[in-house]
Design a protein around this ligand. Structure first.
Ligand SMILES: NC(=O)c1ccc[n+]([C@@H]2O[C@H](COP(=O)([O-])OP(=O)(O)OC[C@H]3O[C@@H](n4cnc5c(N)ncnc54)[C@H](OP(=O)(O)O)[C@@H]3O)[C@@H](O)[C@H]2O)c1
Length: 335
């Protein structure tokens, strides 16, 4: 019977999580019964939304339980199967991340097609992250031909796809913001943005007005706070804002400065709309088809920041929240 190491939340973080809020626990894994599979996780995902699940608060997704393994996206290989539908050797994605092995009912796993892209792409461009970018642009912000699109957190997993997908959907100018000169350079040279902002330089509104001299039609907000304020200042009339996340506030212990100019939404007749990707699953097939095409044609440049080993997974999460990643932050457990 294999043993598995898994990450438990053992204390609810206050502010920035501390490594002592987590514990790496060894458990034994059972053999799959009928209708079950044993999956060896090859890659696990660390994502900003997990910070919210560490709090004991009501949200769109329940909090992690103390003393239990955390959950999250993962892709792995079936190593033992109690079902003919999901044979040994199949690559699957599922939500039992933060552990080396997962014993799961077959209905909890989804086979992934590794002839299109490597398995870990299903934690990034071909998974929830890509769907977030696509749903936010198409159904929430309703991006149109000729739009100027601004996205914050632009060098991250969702943001780097937003810029590129917006272009595929007809945006005429794509502007991104990220932290530091190296990320700014990568936005321009690797992800194909027309203009980039290093938000750490400050004066966001001024930088944004220079980067988008004709104003912004669509703002895809991953950061909130000062970024939302700056975007409201430069939005064009009838602009659309997709409120995707507010990573600037996830570790905050005090209220972060919010936009003090929300009234601009009235005069400019803006549409600000929050969304959760899971409400847009009806787009999954359409997106999978389009994303596979864009990848095959080289129109989507994807980046991964890879950390090895379950024992480094908590640090990978903490580092991602501080901006150590470009593109998708992933933890590789085996390959
Ligand atoms: N609504 C949904 O259904 C949904 C689904 C998925 C993700 N999201 C949201 O989408 C956003 C991006 O998620 P992701 O998975 O793609 O993560 P990510 O962007 O790959 O990683 C998080 C990034 O946040 C940035 N960051 C951290 N603190 C910041 C601050 N104070 N100000 C500005 N940027 C800061 C860092 O980049 P820098 O180095 O540039 O600071 C870091 O790389 C998050 O807000 C997440 O919650 C929402």
């Amino acid at each position: 019977m294999p043993t598995s190491r898994e990450v438990h939340l053992v204390a609810r973080p206050v502010g920035e999580p501390d490594p002592t809020d987590f514990s790496l626990v060894e458990t034994s894994v059972g053999e799959p019964g009928p209708g079950q599979v044993l999956v060896r996780n090859d890659w696990i995902s660390v994502d900003p939304y997990m910070r919210g699940r560490m709090n004991d608060t009501k949200s769109y997704v329940p909090p992690f339980q103390l003393g239990e393994p955390m959950e999250g996206g993962a892709v792995g290989t079936v190593v033992s199967s109690g079902s003919d539908d999901v044979p040994v050797g199949a690559s699957v994605s599922h939500m039992a991340g933060w552990r080396e092995y997962a014993l799961l009912p077959t209905k909890a796993v989804r086979p992934v097609d590794t002839s299109i892209a490597p398995a870990q792409a299903y934690l990034g461009a071909l998974g929830m992250v890509g769907m977030t970018a696509y749903a936010g642009l198409t159904e929430v912000a309703e991006v149109r031909e000729g739009d100027t699109v601004f996205v914050s957190g632009a060098a991250g997993a969702v943001g780097s796809l937003v810029g590129q997908i917006a272009r595929q959907l007809g945006a005429k100018r794509v502007v991104g913001s990220a932290g530091g000169p190296e990320k700014k350079r990568r936005l321009l040279e690797e992800f194909g943005f027309d203009a980039a902002i290093d938000y750490r330089e400050g004066k966001l509104t001024r930088q944004l007005a220079e980067a988008a001299p004709d104003g912004v039609d669509v703002y895809f907000d991953n950061v909130g706070s000062d970024h939302l304020q700056a975007a409201l200042n430069v939005m064009n009339d009838f602009g659309r804002v997709a409120l995707c996340g507010a990573v600037a506030s996830y570790n905050a212990t005090e209220p972060v400065p919010g936009p003090n100019n929300l009234f601009l939404a009235v005069g400019k007749r803006l549409n600000l709309r929050g969304f959760i990707v899971g409400d847009h699953n009806h787009l999954a097939e359409e997106y999978a088809h389009r994303a596979a095409g864009w990848l095959a044609e080289g129109k989507l440049h994807t980046e991964e920041t890879v950390v090895d080993g379950i024992d480094n997974s908590v640090q990978a999460f903490l580092d991602m929240m501080r901006g150590a990643n470009t593109g998708k932050m992933l933890v590789r457990l085996s390959q």
